[in-house]
Design a protein around this ligand. Structure first.
Ligand code: ARG
Ligand code: ZN
Ligand code: CA
Length: 244
């Protein structure tokens, strides 16, 4: 067992309009949310349908903010093309990706909340990106993505978690390679009511309260034990540089 792992985290704020230059307080609110969600100390875990309480996990991962960089850009909105991750394209380069989480905050275009790079990719683009209106839980954070869960979801990907519905559209053949998440058709949005059945997963149905679904921030409250084990495997394997 790994025990508690603390991930040194660098936040890169990249802004063209002043409100995108989110405050240190807003950055702190995001780190607090990550720490609560990955330690299962989030109070809203209480909304879980009781059937899933036994699999809700403390992932034993914490985040320590070690630096905040601030970069002014001419780019009005960034895309999923990693442009924000390089000074050459109006962003800022990552730092020490073997040993640190790099988290960029900027304006993303097209309604995109965030994106992440899975383990094993190029160092130059390693990390997660979150749009400034879905970052943290104060300041510019806007409902229904104002509880910092976009970063929780994206850091889940960065630690090798797949979407809970198996990334096969609405089909029942895809897998997230985790045993204790139900087989689920497609993504859920908004705030579903229990039970939401798909893919013969009655009576309990989809685990739409999972951070790796697409529901509103107020509806997603848990990782499972299996997801925590998959993240721990990433920390023992391709992300072992994070183990100080
Ligand atoms: N990559 C997803 C998107 O951009 C993030 C979904 C996060 N969901 C949330 N409730 N914050 O759509
Ligand atoms: Zn995702
Ligand atoms: Ca599916």
């Amino acid at each position: 067992p790994l025990g508690l792992v603390t991930i040194p985290t660098i936040v890169h704020v990249v802004w063209s309009r002043p409100e995108q230059n989110v405050t240190d307080e807003q950055v702190a609110s995001q780190i607090e949310t990550l720490n609560r969600d990955f330690r299962k100390t989030n109070e809203d875990v209480a909304i879980l349908p009781p059937v899933w309480a036994p699999v809700a996990a403390d992932a034993d991962i914490e985040f320590a903010l070690v630096d905040v960089t601030r970069t002014r850009t001419e780019v009005a909105a960034f895309d999923t093309d990693d442009g924000v991750k390089s000074a050459r394209t109006g962003g800022v380069d990552p730092v020490s990706t073997d040993t640190h989480l790099n988290l960029w905050v900027c304006q993303l275009g097209g309604g995109l909340l965030g994106y992440a790079q899975f383990p094993g990719g190029p160092a130059e683009t390693d990390g997660v990106v979150v749009t400034y209106t879905a970052f943290g839980s104060t300041g510019t954070a806007a409902a229904p993505f104002d509880l910092g869960r976009t970063s929780t979801h994206e850091v889940g990907h960065w630690l090798n978690l797949r979407h809970i519905w198996g990334d096969d559209g609405d089909g029942c053949g895809g897998s997230d390679f985790v045993d204790d998440t139900p087989n689920q058709g497609g993504p859920n949005y908004g705030r579903p009511t229990y039970p939401k059945v798909s893919c013969n997963n009655a009576p309990h149905g989809d685990m739409f309260v999972n951070y790796m679904d697409y529901t509103d921030d107020a509806a997603m409250v848990m990782f499972t034990r299996g997801q925590a084990a998959r993240m721990a495997a990433a920390l023992r394997g391709p992300r072992s540089g994070l183990l100080a």
